[in-house]
Design a protein around this ligand. Structure first.
Ligand SMILES: [Zn+2]
Length: 237
C-alpha cells in the first residue's frame, strides 16, 4: 500500500512538474508576443508621428504658397488698374504708385458698382466716351461722401457733365475726384484739410447723371497731365 501511495506521489509530482513547465512556456511565449506587438505598435506610432510632421510641413508650405499667390494676384490687379499710365510714367514709378495710392471707402457703408472704369458710355447721348471712374451707390441710405484718405481739398465746383464735384489732393501726384453731388459741405471747399471721416459732399444727381450715384476717380499726375486709373482695387467696400 505504501509503495502504491509513493508511486502515485511520484506520478502526481511529475504531472505537476510537467504542467508548471508548460505554463511557464506558455507565459513566456505570451510575454514575447506582447513585446512583439508593443514593438510593432511603437513603430506604427513613430511612423504616424513622422507622417503628421510631414503633413504639417506640407500644410505650412501650402499656406505660404496660397499667400504668395494671393499677393501676386492682388499685385496683378493693381498693375492692370494702373495700365493707363503705361508709357506715361516708368515701371518703377508705377510700382511706387501702387503703394502710394490710398485705399478707402467714400461711403460710411458698403456699396455696389453700377458702372465700371473703362466702359464706353454715351456722353449727352451723342459722343461715345470712355468712363474714367467708377459709379457707385451705397447699400443703405448713407449718402454722405467722405474722402478715401487724408488730404486737402484742391478745388470744387460745378460742371455740365459731372455736376457738383470735389477734388481732394492726397499727395504730390495723387488726387481723387467725386462728382454728381447734391450738396458740397463747407469742409469740401478749397483748402480744407480732410480725412476719411470728413463729410465733403452729399450724394446727388447733378450734371449728366441718370439717378443718384457717386462718380469716383483716382487721378495720377504724369508730369504733363492728370491721368485717371481704375479706382476699384483701391476701394474697400
Ligand atoms: Zn461715372
Amino acid at each position: 500500500m505504501r509503495k502504491i501511495l509513493r508511486a502515485l506521489g511520484i506520478i502526481l509530482f511529475s504531472v505537476m512538474g510537467l504542467v508548471s513547465l508548460h505554463s511557464i512556456r506558455v507565459t513566456e511565449s505570451l510575454k514575447l508576443s506582447v513585446q512583439n506587438e508593443k514593438a510593432t505598435a511603437d513603430r506604427y506610432k513613430e511612423k504616424a508621428d513622422s507622417l503628421e510632421a510631414n503633413l504639417k510641413i506640407v500644410e505650412e508650405a501650402k499656406d505660404s504658397l496660397e499667400k504668395e499667390l494671393e499677393s501676386t494676384k492682388k499685385n496683378m490687379e493693381y498693375l492692370t488698374a494702373l495700365s493707363p499710365l503705361k508709357g506715361l510714367v516708368s515701371e518703377d514709378e508705377i510700382n511706387e504708385l501702387i503703394k502710394e495710392i490710398p485705399h478707402g471707402n467714400p461711403f460710411r457703408c458698403d456699396f455696389i458698382v453700377t458702372s465700371k472704369f473703362g466702359e464706353r458710355t454715351l456722353d449727352h447721348g451723342v459722343n461715345i466716351r470712355t468712363h474714367t471712374g467708377v459709379d457707385i451707390i451705397p447699400v443703405s441710405d448713407e449718402w454722405i461722401i467722405t474722402p478715401i484718405d487724408s488730404g486737402a481739398v484742391e478745388s470744387y465746383g460745378y460742371d455740365a457733365v459731372y455736376g457738383k464735384y470735389v477734388y481732394v489732393r492726397h499727395s504730390d501726384r495723387v488726387r481723387t475726384f467725386s462728382a454728381h453731388g447734391e450738396t458740397i459741405y463747407n469742409r469740401g471747399t478749397t483748402g480744407h484739410i480732410v480725412d476719411d471721416n470728413t463729410a465733403i459732399m452729399y450724394m446727388g444727381d447733378t450734371g449728366y447723371s441718370k439717378g443718384k450715384h457717386l462718380h469716383f476717380e483716382i487721378q495720377v499726375w504724369t508730369g504733363e497731365r492728370w491721368q485717371a486709373v481704375n479706382p476699384l482695387p483701391f476701394l474697400e467696400g
